[in-house]
Structures are given as structure tokens and as C-alpha cells.
Design a binder for this molecule. Structure first.
Ligand code: COA
Length: 166
């Protein structure tokens, strides 16, 4: 499994994955405006496509919630990242690729020494994904409502961090 930056040519599989029942059931915002957004590279966001043997299987987003344009996470201090992930190809799930994607994304986030906490917000109903994140070391923080959706917020803090961030 390898991550590479998403590009406009990824539009067709991203659109197809949007129709997958498991992906649809797991997403809060169903319209990611791929047609326009794949041409933008704002400084607060990174988009990656996961490939296995050169074949795209999934997507991962890393954002800096302090600077993200919609202020989805509210008013955030510096030092956080937030991740969204999905494997769009059903037969590629449950084979450890998701864990590898997250491990690479986590390493990327903590490569910036100013980053102390990574956040994720799976839907409260997506209990299988909660286990997935817990197995990666994420800790449950709080149930929070974003729009109409109840989400379980989890955090992973930098392993060597002793600064005691909330
Ligand atoms: C969640 C997801 C990224 C995990 O990646 P993966 O490669 O399937 O997971 P791994 O093989 O590394 O780890 C297996 C664990 O992932 C989780 N998982 C596996 N398939 C899943 C699915 N269809 N939906 C949700 N979680 C799933 C389970 O916790 C599983 O452990 P279990 O077999 O003990 O239940 C992937 O399954 C997926 O994209 N699911 C659909 C969309 C989704 O739920 N995205 C997360 C949004 S918060």
C-alpha cells in the first residue's frame, strides 16, 4: 500500500466510491465537490489516494482544523490535525490496508514538531470504525454533534508529548 497525492484524474473513482453503501453510511458531508476541489491545494489540507499494486483503493484527508475554511471543528488552537479515511473498494477492506494508511498519515502529522494531537470524528453509529481507531491507539474523548450528526470524537496524542494538551 502506498499513499500518493490526489489529482484531478482521481475524479472517477472518488465519485464511484461516494456511491458505496459503507462509505455513504460513514460520511457526514456527502458532497465533497470533487470536480472543483481536486484542482485546489489549500495550505490547511492534504488529500491522498491509497494504491495497492498501482490500483486506487481509498482516500485519506489530513486537515489543520485551526485553519480549515469552514471552521468545522470550531475555534481551534494550533497543534492539531484531523483525519478522514475511507476505503472505497469493498474487497480491499478488512485486510489491514486501512491501518497502514492511518499509520502513514499519523507519521506524516507528527513529522511536524508543532503537532501534538490528531483528531477523528467517526459517526457514533459506526462502531466497527471505533474499534479500528482504538486498535491504532486513539482514545475516546466525547460525543459531539456536528450539524445533525452525532459523532464520537477520538484523539491520539504525540507519544512523547508531556505538555498536557486538552
Ligand atoms: C474503516 C476502514 C478505513 C478500516 O480499514 P480496513 O482496511 O478495512 O481495516 P483493517 O483491515 O486495517 O482493520 C480491521 C478493522 O477495521 C474495521 N473495519 C473493517 N471493515 C469495516 C467496515 N466495512 N466499516 C467500518 N469498519 C470496518 C474493524 O474495526 C476491523 O476490525 P474487526 O474485523 O475486528 O471488526 C475501512 O473499513 C472503511 O473505509 N470502511 C468504510 C468507510 C468507513 O467506515 N470509514 C471510516 C469513517 S470514520
Amino acid at each position: 500500500m502506498a499513499l500518493r497525492p490526489a489529482a484531478p484524474a482521481d475524479l472517477s473513482h472518488l465519485r464511484r466510491w461516494d456511491q458505496d453503501p459503507d462509505v455513504r453510511a460513514s460520511l457526514i458531508d456527502s458532497d465533497w465537490h470533487w470536480e472543483t476541489e481536486l484542482h485546489r491545494q489549500p495550505a490547511w489540507r492534504e488529500w491522498f489516494i491509497a494504491e495497492v499494486d498501482g490500483r486506487p483503493i481509498g482516500f485519506i484527508q489530513i486537515i489543520d482544523p485551526e485553519h480549515e475554511e469552514s471552521q468545522y471543528w470550531g475555534c481551534m488552537k494550533a497543534g492539531h490535525r484531523a483525519i478522514d479515511i475511507w476505503i472505497g473498494e469493498p474487497e480491499a477492506r478488512g485486510r489491514g490496508y486501512g491501518a497502514q494508511m492511518m499509520e502513514q498519515a499519523i507519521e506524516r502529522c507528527f513529522a511536524d514538531p508543532s503537532v501534538h494531537t490528531i483528531l477523528i470524528d467517526p459517526l457514533e453509529s459506526n462502531t466497527r470504525s471505533h474499534r479500528f481507531y482504538e486498535n491504532l491507539g486513539f482514545e475516546y474523548v466525547v460525543c459531539r454533534t456536528f450539524g445533525d450528526d452525532r459523532c464520537s470524537v477520538y484523539k491520539l496524542t504525540r507519544p512523547d508529548d508531556t505538555r498536557g494538551h486538552a
